[in-house]
Design a protein around this ligand. Structure first.
Ligand code: ADP
Ligand code: MG
Length: 690
């Protein structure tokens, strides 16, 4: 039960003054459903206004505060703006304009002949100075001048800074004072304000200590959640699995395992022979051979008569894994099934029955394999492929799917720097595949200016004529970015005209069937050229494709480029990666491309990626998608995450954990409140589930 003191924070935004049906949609879109969410909706930056004595061109383009006297109202016909002509004390005039806004409202705010303080952006429109939709109108200068620094919030359509600011102010006014969960010495040392004060300050101006404290809180909550989940997991029993090797011996492997693969398998074997459920991360660069390690682990489970599941992030990868595993499993006779959200009807029924009665020993699929309706006879091991986000593995650890808690192996091809690894996985055991299979040649990586497109296409033509396959990647920052999609389609049209039916296009907005069909043609070698947005990023394996072209490579992050490049160089032939760069190249973009040319070491690239992106970024990183936290920036992660983890560990040791996962002691109780604050992100229910 949530402690009463938190009730005001969990009151619904919909109950606030001024929230009508028109606002609930944009608020929902931003995830601002409770007062807590509003309080934590921190400004992305602040605007500073300059108080100016009068109107003059030098202020154009700036946010100003100026005293003006309204002279005349000018309504325009139709859908034109409502205008007010106004003059400063020296008689210089400008217009104030409102589009689509009720003129009555503006007239009430600006009675003719009465001096008012106006805050807004001064623009030049033809010969005239103007302020469109002034942000503030006040009778007293004091009120307006008090607003010289203003927060700028992330918005959604239908919401204005003014409306959102007013709602946030209501939320801040309702904040309770909470007992402190940070150790007093640490608070004093860092000069961090108390929680309620920190939130208020963070909305008021750039306040490093306040922002740091809030970021620390978030990471501390995350660290605590990880520790508690881990403790709960340890307390539960898994099934000790000791296979006899009879199935693994019969695998059809066309190669000998690398030393790193053998080490990883031995580590996994050691873990799952214990009664405590395994929670291990297998980190290995693209092409390092994680699949066969996963398969070996799964076979151990099957040798003991239990079941194993492999969870893939996309439909495409699930199918590819299914094909690969089926092929390798052929001589063992182990029954394996594919289960995705798209399977319906008879086939799905048969799979569900097979999993329930145990006649299907292995299943590969998307999240569908953990839906309510899917029951296992004895699920003993779960492998999660390419899962970067916190939580999934932990959730599974606590899931009730098996009779016992299944062992869990998470795999990632993103070589994560240690700090981020902690953030995303907590204190997981890690196996690293730090050795590539033998015979791989380095990928010849070149940076080419975009205006040499003709040469690039000629090189591609030669490559295809020689019987090779190739990838052509177009940037797609977000799936809904229609300009990017259009560019990708245009490029495809151009290449298809040149190379005919040899080219296929794959992007995120295709129907899944169409996507799979195109992919399948490429994998089978019928299609020679795959033009794609980043949907090919993870896992796809086509050894004959040895040329990769990446358009506008400077728009990708290093880790992403590394992942993409990893699609080639998988066979033993020489591979080439061409990074096409645009003309306007930023300093950071240039540095990234140079690094790509220089090294193929995924861990080094990951560290550099963090460094390059972390440097300039002060406020939250929530926009960048792959950021592990909503409040903490990369810079704050680097500075404060290790501390937050140490503190969380100390607290758990000192405060102790009572049965059911609660924290005890005064600071422990306070920290529980913190966990509730981040309930949605880090799942307190999850702790209770344990
Ligand atoms: P990833 O770690 O990216 O998932 P995969 O498991 O897909 O890598 O393996 C990449 C390629 O390397 C596959 O074609 C696989 O058959 C091959 N491979 C894996 N292990 C070895 C090995 N020990 N020797 C040679 N080739 C291997
Ligand atoms: Mg893989």
């Amino acid at each position: 039960m949530r402690p009463d003191i938190l009730n005001p924070l969990f009151a619904e935004t919909a109950g606030l003054k001024g929230v009508g049906p028109g606002l609930s949609k944009p608020l929902d879109r931003l995830g601002l459903t409770r007062l807590r969410d509003l309080a934590y909706h921190l400004p992305e930056r602040f605007v500073s206004r300059r108080a100016v004595a009068g109107l003059d061109e030098s202020g154009v383009g700036e946010q100003v505060v100026v005293a003006l006297t309204p002279l005349e109202y000018r309504s325009s016909a139709g859908r034109g703006p409502f205008r007010v002509l106004a003059a400063d004390d020296a008689g210089n005039v400008c217009t104030l304009a409102w589009f689509g806004r009720n003129a009555g409202w503006a007239k009430r705010q600006l009675p003719l002949g009465q001096r008012r303080w106006i805050a807004g952006r001064l623009d030049q429109y033809g010969q005239m100075l103007q302020i469109v939709h002034p942000d503030h109108i006040a009778e007293e200068s004091a009120t307006a001048l008090g607003q010289l620094t203003e927060p700028v919030y992330p918005l959604s359509e239908g919401l204005t800074q003014g409306r959102l600011g007013a709602l946030i102010a209501q939320a801040l006014a309702a904040l309770p004072a909470l007992p402190e969960w940070i150790e007093p010495g640490a608070l004093a040392r860092n000069q961090w304000p108390a929680w309620r004060e920190a939130l208020t300050l963070a909305h008021r101006g750039e306040h490093r200590e306040a922002r740091d404290r809030l970021a620390y809180d978030e990471m501390f909550a995350n660290a605590l959640a990880l520790l508690l989940v881990r403790a709960a997991g340890r307390a539960r029993r898994g099934t000790p699995l000791a296979g006899d090797g009879r199935l693994r011996d019969r695998l059809a492997l066309p190669f000998a395992l690398t030393g790193a693969q053998r080490r990883a398998i031995a580590e996994i074997e050691g873990d799952i022979a214990q009664p405590a459920p395994m929670l291990r991360l297998l980190q290995g660069d693209v092409g390092s051979g994680k699949t066969v390690v996963a398969l070996s682990a799964m076979l151990i489970a099957v040798e003991t008569g239990a079941q194993a599941a492999l969870l893939a992030p996309t439909e495409l990868l699930a199918r590819q894994h299914y094909d690969t595993l089926s092929r390798m499993l052929a001589p063992t006779g182990v029954p394996i099934a594919l289960l995705t959200g798209r399977d319906k009807g008879r086939a799905r029924e048969a799979t569900l029955i097979g999993l329930l009665d145990g006649s299907i020993a292995m299943v590969v699929g998307t999240h569908a394999i953990f839906q309510e309706a899917v029951r296992y006879r004895d699920l003993a091991l779960v492998v999660i492929d390419e899962q970067h986000r916190f939580g999934v593995s932990q959730r599974l650890l606590l899931s009730q799917k098996g009779r016992r808690t299944p062992h869990c192996l998470a795999m990632t091809a993103t070589p994560i720097p240690r700090t981020l690894c902690l953030a995303q996985y907590g204190e997981m055991d890690v196996s690293r595949l730090d050795e590539l299979p033998p015979g791989r040649q380095p990928i010849d990586t070149r940076v080419v200016a975009l205006d040499r497109m003709e040469d690039v296409i000629a090189a591609l033509a030669r490559h295809l004529a020689g019987g090779g396959q190739a990838y052509w990647v177009c940037p797609m920052v977000r799936e809904e970015e229609s300009a990017d999609l259009a560019a990708a389609e245009a490029r495809f049209a151009e290449l298809a005209q040149r190379f005919g039916g040899a080219a296929v296009l794959v992007h995120g907005q295709l129907r899944p069937e169409a996507k799979d069909a195109a992919m399948a043609r490429f994998v089978a070698g019928e299609a020679k050229l795959l033009v794609a947005t980043t949907v090919i990023e993870v896992g796809v394996d086509v050894p004959d494709a040895t040329l990769m072209v990446i358009e506008q490579a400077e728009r990708f992050g290093l880790a992403q480029l590394h992942q993409l490049r990893g699609r080639v160089g998988r066979g033993t032939g020489r591979s080439v990666c061409l990074l096409l760069r645009g003309t306007a190249l930023s300093e950071a973009g240039r540095a990234r491309l140079a690094l790509m040319r220089e090294t193929q070491d995924g861990f080094r690239l990951a560290e550099e990626d963090l460094r390059l992106r972390g440097g300039g970024e002060l406020l939250g990183t929530r926009q960048s998608g792959d950021a592990p936290f909503r409040i903490a920036s990369l810079d704050q992660i680097a500075r404060l995450l290790p501390v937050a983890h140490d503190d969380a560990r100390l607290l758990v040791e000192h405060a102790g954990i009572e049965q059911g996962g609660g924290l005890t002691g005064a600071r422990g109780e306070a920290a529980r409140l913190l966990l509730y604050l981040f309930e949605r992100d880090y799942g307190v229910q999850l702790l209770r589930g344990g």
